[in-house]
Design a protein around this ligand. Structure first.
Ligand code: G3P
Length: 216
């Protein structure tokens, strides 16, 4: 499973990239706004921190505007992946940009039919939003399972990118459901390494090593 970091905070990205666990980055207008930085400047900096795809989202909502913004974003760096909303205009723009060789991440997906449309439009990634479905008491994992089955039924190569991941359980369940990628905030990714028995066991090993005077 590939891990993308869902943030526009370049310090966090650099820190996590150093672990070798980062396969790409996703941003959205809310995350860019939170960074307080210039859009193109921060995307360029993020693209230099990873070899993997960096999702940068358009803000236009009409076909021409999305294609034009998508072309502008694609020029920032070779690993930019243009993020488009799952609307009919967005799907049309997805087909155009994908045919031009620009990878597209279709975002704000909340149903299997929407995911089917994105695959037909040539999307490189489809982003079902797990946490936001949980917020309204709908099981986001069922959605991942449905998309996995549909994509496998027809051999679609669009990668399932589990997004709006908020907990360690979301990560595990997305992996079990067959998502190709998950994107999560830095704190969620760091938290995956935590286990109280790991801490307890390590403390005991270190105490025994000190008592025995073990040095490596
Ligand atoms: O990847 C999409 C993500 O940024 C949305 O997450 O927590 O705002 O629903 P959230």
């Amino acid at each position: 499973m590939k891990f993308f970091v869902d943030t526009a905070d370049t310090r966090d990205i650099a820190d996590l990239a150093a672990t070798g666990l980062v396969d790409g980055v996703t941003t959205n207008p809310s995350l860019i706004a939170k960074s307080g930085r210039d859009f193109a400047e921060v995307i360029k900096e993020i693209c230099a921190l990873t070899d993997g795809p960096v999702s940068a989202e358009v803000v236009a909502t009409d076909y021409e505007g999305m294609v034009s913004e998508g072309r502008t974003l694609a020029k920032i760096a070779e690993n930019v992946c243009v993020k488009l909303p799952l609307t009919m205009e967005g799907l049309r723009a997805c087909r155009t940009l994908s045919d031009e060789g620009t990878p597209v991440n279709v975002t704000l997906c909340f149903s299997a039919n929407q995911a089917l449309l994105a695959a037909k439009a040539g999307a490189a990634f489809i982003s079902p939003f797990i946490g936001r479905l949980d917020d309204i008491h709908i099981d986001g994992m069922e959605l991942i399972e449905e998309i996995r089955l549909i994509y496998d039924n027809y051999g679609f190569e669009t990668e399932i990118l589990a997004a709006s991941i908020r907990t360690a359980n979301h990560v595990k369940q997305s992996a079990l459901a067959g998502a190709d990628v998950m994107t999560a905030p830095p704190a969620v990714i760091r938290g995956l390494a935590n286990h109280p028995l790991t801490d307890k066991g390590l403390a005991a090993f270190l105490a025994d090593a000190e008592k025995a005077g073990i040095k490596v």
